[in-house]
Design a protein around this ligand. Structure first.
Ligand SMILES: [Zn+2]
Length: 259
């Protein structure tokens, strides 16, 4: 599979037009090819490619460009939540690969310019031929329960009063179970047991694979890591605080979507 960026007579059936973390829709549906062509003609596309094998194209709009005529945009996470599973997955791929292309522009070995590889979903150095493949950052997100109470935390960088789950990146050398235990201990000072994987979600903001877990409280008193959190509390299901919006991994975890 390879990324292609020259218009031929190939017609893809799905077109993902993305601006930062939003997706452009036409009457609530993915726009047609004519909208893609219009964006390219008007020079408002930062980047564009398609993958013929997967039958979609992806276009990144300039951040300050308006929506194409007759189109609206919605947050991508809302699209993940409302679209069918195949379109949601392709949208995540489109966004992740647009991010990859934007961030991989020069070779770390020789400084040469990178271009799309002819045979693989990769970027290749024009000077030394080194190939760069898209990389994912695995991260865990955990919903801890104590009986019928759920542990939710207010992150320091959130100003909207939304309580979410404990989350963090997998560190080199760790098993994922160790990441779960470490993150909970670091962020709220609790020991957990019965760690259970419940599902995963691509989260291309910019390149995460979120691995969702449930865990049960074992011991300890909540003591928050003040660099990261403002508050953490046990909540019963019938008196939850404001939680992250539908489509987010945390919402899916708290609402039981993964169970
Ligand atoms: Zn190179």
């Amino acid at each position: 599979m390879a990324l292609t960026s020259n218009f031929t007579n190939d017609v893809c059936s799905q077109h993902f037009i993305i601006r930062e973390n939003s997706i452009v829709l036409q009457n609530g549906k993915l726009p047609g090819e004519e909208i893609v062509k219009k964006c390219l003609a008007m020079n408002v596309a930062q980047d564009w490619f398609y993958e013929k094998d997967l039958d979609y194209s992806a276009l990144m709009l300039e951040p300050d460009s308006p929506n194409p005529a007759g189109c609206d945009d919605i947050p991508l996470r809302e699209f993940f939540h409302t679209a069918d599973a195949k379109s949601a997955s392709l949208a995540a791929r489109a966004k992740g690969l647009l991010n990859f292309k934007a961030s991989k522009r020069y070779c770390a070995k020789c400084g040469g310019a990178l271009h799309d590889d002819e045979n693989f979903t990769a970027r290749t150095c024009v000077q030394c031929g080194k190939q760069y493949f898209p990389q994912l950052e695995p991260a865990v997100i955990i919903l801890v329960n104590k009986g019928d109470q759920l542990l939710l935390a207010l992150h320091k960088n959130r100003n909207d009063g939304v309580y979410g789950c404990i989350a963090g990146f997998v560190e080199i050398g760790e098993t994922i179970e160790q990441t779960v235990e470490r993150e909970i201990m670091e962020e709220v000072g609790l020991k957990v047991k019965n760690i259970r994987y419940v599902g995963s979600q691509s989260w291309p903001f910019p390149d995460q694979l979120m691995l969702a877990f449930r865990a049960e409280y074992e011991s300890g008193e909540i003591k928050i890591q003040e660099d990261e959190l403002r508050d953490a509390q046990w909540f019963s299901r019938d008196s939850l605080p404001k939680i992250p919006p539908p489509g987010s991994v945390a919402h899916n975890l708290i609402s039981g979507y993964f169970d």
